[in-house]
Design a protein around this ligand. Structure first.
Ligand SMILES: *Cc1c(COP(=O)(O)O)cnc(C)c1O
Length: 494
């Protein structure tokens, strides 16, 4: 299977292997890599996948996309990434909230957030890609994070051969717990740096570094090249397709649905990566109905789905679901490409860059609406959803997951479509413990992570996840804060 850019049709080579795409991260024209075609998932595949462990399901599905990877090597990598040690009790368990809503808990990994699902395997895929492409330079992973990606990437890449990692986070855009998780990161090949501004400033800074030719030349002189771990990298996206297919298998196995039944999916969305993975699973043939795109007050995607106009020139809100405080949803470009083609995609991306907005042709907007539904929750609604879900269903949801729950309920009420819905639950409630505690009526008058975690545990009778308990005991290693203009220097290790 070969990969090509979402933008230019004229670059050479037009196609690269999956190892090449994972190694590069971003295409030379600034576009994102996409498979030249999508593999088909038949009911025979589902039957074959059902009895398998998560790791085996992952290697089965990944091998459909990463055809140049050795199958046994992929299996070994998946077994290591999704082991009992990394994901105690299983990688992506389903918790039934009520008859319709199935919480797909993607946060049982080392950092208690869903990005572990991709970032425990991605470094292994990159490491293999370097060997497969005969690379002799070191890959320096640059990450812009709104909180969870950074920690998950640091954990995934720490002490992996042939790579090191530098993470940039917006100084006021992450929770205290997230900041503590990152600044205490262990490992000999890790660097963490705060940036003045919001997530988009950090992400734009990293994108600018990737497209700066003179900078990459200087990096090469120092024996390294830059690569990404953000969800724009295909190596991040492909592993996310797995858990939707795996969840479908589990729903058959536990008797919730019959083979062939259509289910809806609801995803709390920021960069459009997680929900785009569901879109791919659907395009492969998994019986998914509507994909409900859930946003917080930064509802740029809700408006896009409703109107066909993507307009990022709007007020930016800091919310209690910071990993969704995003106005440029990078992976949306992949959707544009799939339904509109490369020429249209480059045109619209150019427009977005120039004017901060673009409008899709009406016929294509109609196609978007046939698959996606967009809803959002404001802060009050999010808190109310956490409280109600805890009181009525006995389920403690984090702030992001709550946005998903509330949007799924709005969708069901508005449309009457009450199909079984896979809800992507993206973080442990303990990662956003202060807001979750307040929502269930226990305001905590401290910003000390230890106090906050213990208070939530006492208030709700739930347990603090072991990885977060451990973070409390580690010393802070990284304290630097820079302007976005200084990010290139940091990237070069200056
Ligand atoms: C990253 C993240 C999201 C958004 O995922 P995207 O792939 O960017 O849409 C939602 N919730 C949490 C907790 C996250 O960390």
């Amino acid at each position: 299977m070969n990969y090509r850019s979402t933008r230019d049709t004229s670059i050479t080579p037009a196609f690269v292997s999956s190892a090449e795409a994972i190694k590069k991260g971003l295409a030379p024209d600034g576009g994102l890599y996409m498979p030249e075609m999508l593999p088909k998932l038949s009911s025979m595949d589902i039957a074959a996948l059902r009895p398998l462990s998560y790791a085996r399901r992952a290697s089965y599905i990944l091998s459909m996309f990463l055809t140049d990877y050795d199958r046994d090597a992929l299996t070994a990598d998946c077994e290591a990434a999704y082991s009992e040690e990394k994901f105690p009790g299983g990688a992506a368990p389903i918790h039934k909230i009520d008859d319709e809503l199935m919480s797909l808990e993607l946060w049982h990994g080392p950092t208690c957030a869903f990005k572990d699902m991709a970032l425990q395997i991605m470094p292994r895929l990159l490491s293999r890609a370097l060997t497969m492409t005969g690379e002799d330079k070191k890959a320096r992973i640059l990450v812009a994070t709104s909180g969870d990606t950074g920690k998950a990437a640091l954990e995934g890449y720490r002490d992996v051969d042939g790579v090191d990692i530098t993470v940039f986070y917006p100084v006021d855009g992450v929770s205290r717990m997230q900041k503590m998780q990152m600044t205490t990161q262990e490992g000999d090949n890790v660097n963490v740096c705060a940036v003045y501004g919001n997530f988009d400033d950090a992400q734009n800074g990293v994108k600018a570094i990737f497209s700066d030719k003179s900078l990459s030349e200087r990096a090469l002189e120092d024996g390294m090249f830059f690569s990404s771990a953000n969800s724009i990298n295909w190596g991040r996206l492909a592993p996310q397709i797995v858990y939707y297919i795996s969840a479908y298998c589990d729903l058959i196995e536990n008797g919730t649905i019959s083979d062939g039944d259509e289910v809806n999916v609801c995803v709390p969305t920021g960069n459009f990566g997680n929900i785009f993975a569901a879109y791919i699973a659907r395009a492969m043939g998994l019986p998914l109905g509507r994909l409900i795109c859930a946003s917080n007050s930064n509802c740029v995607l809700t408006d896009f789905i409703k109107t066909g106009t993507y307009d990022r020139t709007r007020e930016f809100f800091k919310t209690m679901s910071p990993s969704m405080d995003i106005l440029i949803s990078s992976n949306l470009e992949r959707l544009l490409y799939v339904i509109g083609g490369a020429a249209l995609t480059s045109e619209l991306m150019e427009e977005l860059k120039k004017n901060g907005k673009y409008t899709m042709p009406e016929s294509l907007h109609k196609e978007v609406c046939e698959v996606f539904a967009g809803y959002y929750l404001d802060e009050e609604e999010t808190a109310a959803t956490i409280r109600e879900t805890f009181e009525k269903n006995g389920y403690l949801a984090d702030t992001h997951t709550a946005v998903g729950i509330g949007c799924a309920r709005k969708y069901m009420e508005e449309t009457g479509d009450r199909k079984v819905t896979i809800l992507a639950s993206t973080a442990s409630p303990y990662k956003f413990a202060a807001d979750v505690a307040e929502a269930v009526g226990h305001k905590i008058d401290s910003d000390e992570p230890a106090v906050i975690l213990n208070s939530l545990s006492e208030a709700t009778g739930t347990q603090i996840p072991a990885p977060l308990l451990k973070t409390l005991t580690l010393p802070v290693r990284f304290t630097r804060t820079v302007d976005p203009s200084e990010m290139p220097a940091v990237a070069l290790g200056k």
